[in-house]
Ligand binder design. Sequence first.
Ligand code: GLN
Ligand code: ZN
Length: 739
Amino acid sequence: SMEELTSTASELNTRHWKLQQEAGIDIIPTGDFAFYDHMLEAIALLGAAPPRYGPAEGAEIDLETYFAMARGRQDETCDVTAMEMTKWFDTNYHYIVPEFYRGMDFRLASSQPFTAVESARSAGVTNPRPVLIGPVTFLLLGKTVEEGVDLTALLDSALDVYAEVLERFAAMGIEWVQIDEPELVMDLSDEARTLFDRAYNRLVWLDRRPRIMLATYFGGLRDNAELALGLEVDGLHLDLVRAPEQLENVLAGIGETTVLSLGVIDGRNVWRTDLDRALSLLRRAADAVGTERIQVAPSCSLLHCPIDLDREKTLDPEVKEWLAFGKQKLQEVAALTRALNEGESAVAEFFEASRDALERRHSSPRVTNHEVQQRLAAVTDEMTHRATPFPERIKLQQARLKLPPLPATTIGSFPQTREVRRLRADLKKGEITLQEYENTLEEEITRAIRFQEETGIDLLVHGESERGDMVEYFGEQLEGFIFTRFGWVQSYGSRATKPPIIFGDVHRPAPMTVRWSRFAQDNTTRPMKGMLTGPVTMMQWSFVRDDQPHRTTCRQLALAIRDEVLDLEQAGIKVIQIDEPAMREGLPLRRSEWGEYLAWAVRCFRLASSGVEDGTQIHTHMCYSEFNDIIESIAEMDADVISIEASRSRMELLNIFEDFVYPNCIGPGVYDIHSPRVPSSEEIIELLHRAMKFVSVERLWVNPDCGLKTRDWPEVRASLRNMVAAVREVRKEIERSSV
Ligand code: GLN
Ligand code: ZN
């Protein structure tokens, strides 16, 4: 109920304030709690709910409207879909995208920031620091839904609300407010710069306001340093984990009284801090501006890391002592603060223990595997190229696979029914024997195969029912990974992920998927795809080690996947799909670094995939992101076939192929798997016709947008039948037109 929801929220708030107090944190943030995500909180604060959600004029935005924006609403009074959601910078945290229209006006429509301060005070927090998303970041992350929206006018309207909020904070006796402007670490247009100037020129000159701590994170200010330093706020927060080099630059240009909040504890990863290094950064700053102008902080919100390492009772003890989750990071903040104020001897033990743990981490044989490093050093350019160019090898593959034109396939997973999930859980709990597990799984796979054969799918999959999560499944079979029990990180709303931790050199002690792929292939005369998760996605969806460059970790993963690819080939699997849905997510925040990232990411994929014979067909799959601006890199991956999400945008994706000829085969998704809706074959035919305008028939494949694990069998059966019916119809048309 609404009551349970709000009382749980207040319990959580109190618990987390207490946690910080107990750790010895002096300045405690408030208003950083969100029922869904913190951009939606800002939408509510500014009264920026789009009219279709029907908020009463002048009133507060209530929780019902709030959740209608987040999740859509369907009842007697209204039928609205959720607002668009997208990723928060380069995190896996999502936010609801604000919508801006002409003549829009903001108004103060939430009292949440003020009640949070009051609750914190009654919980004994003497020095609360409210956190707000900055007005410029809010505007830059939103989207204009019609022509002619004047951002400057919108900003002015938002500033009226911010001014009111700051004045009220001042009246409540608040000393500092934190305003988050992570857009300051991005490439900024001239317009954006003007908005920053305009916004802070107004806010700093308010008569009554708390001091403003302008927070930047996820990167360095770089070319925006001058802009940020010119805003004349009272304090500036820097991410010195991602960008320690910016400190000197900032020290050189900092105002005479400006306070520096230095983010020296990594809020984005799970490792224990190198306290000596952090302290030397803090000392450097303190020497320059005086200790009283320094605050010690995590690099960004701790919402991006798991909460408490102490809860992990079963974690490998050797690796455990190398880690720090949210609660442990608070202790590190407090220890560094004391070391800075009172000298290191005040926290000698804490420092010593930390040093020892780090030392053990660096020298641990668990981290370093010489064999892996030697293999990596021996990687040749040749290993990242298929032996023969695509036009040649595709002929061999076709001769071998004998697939009809417009081959129909799926992306890999079939519905993860309750029975399938229970089966895996029962095995884990030891409630069934391995033999029982395998027998039941074989039955499940066989059913999936018979269904595909009967339906007329051309290239089959085994259904992935042995996998819960596409990264965890592989990580659990690789060396160099560990898994927490409670290391959940919020993704959005009540959704969370539990990323694996990569702590050491990665390698594959034994084949991972061959047993199931071989069983499946032996069970049908049609070709069966082997299904793997690619190195970039494995890395992107894990906590990655911070003691070597990401590209090195990624190459190790690539070698492990390469081994699996070759074993599958040996086992008679003629088609192998290596999924890389997270390829785009790894893009650096700054455009100037995209090229470098894409070059190594593509190379890692090719290292994983290029060991096979010409006649073995490599597929890849990508979904739910913008592909247009990286399509050339996608082509460079040189997969023989790519399946790519396209149906939700009605194949708009394909517009890029007007200017850019995709060289290999491509299967643009013909139906949206996020909806239980069954697409008609007419609809699919229409999408195929559209696709045929951009992609020649010889290179076109037919498949859904993504895996089907979240769907139920009845709709999957019906949808795939319609998909095959559509394919057959279009094949007839092609035949007719060629005679
Ligand atoms: N092969 C995976 C599946 O079908 C791909 C999932 C994904 O793209 N995220 O579930
Ligand atoms: Zn997908």
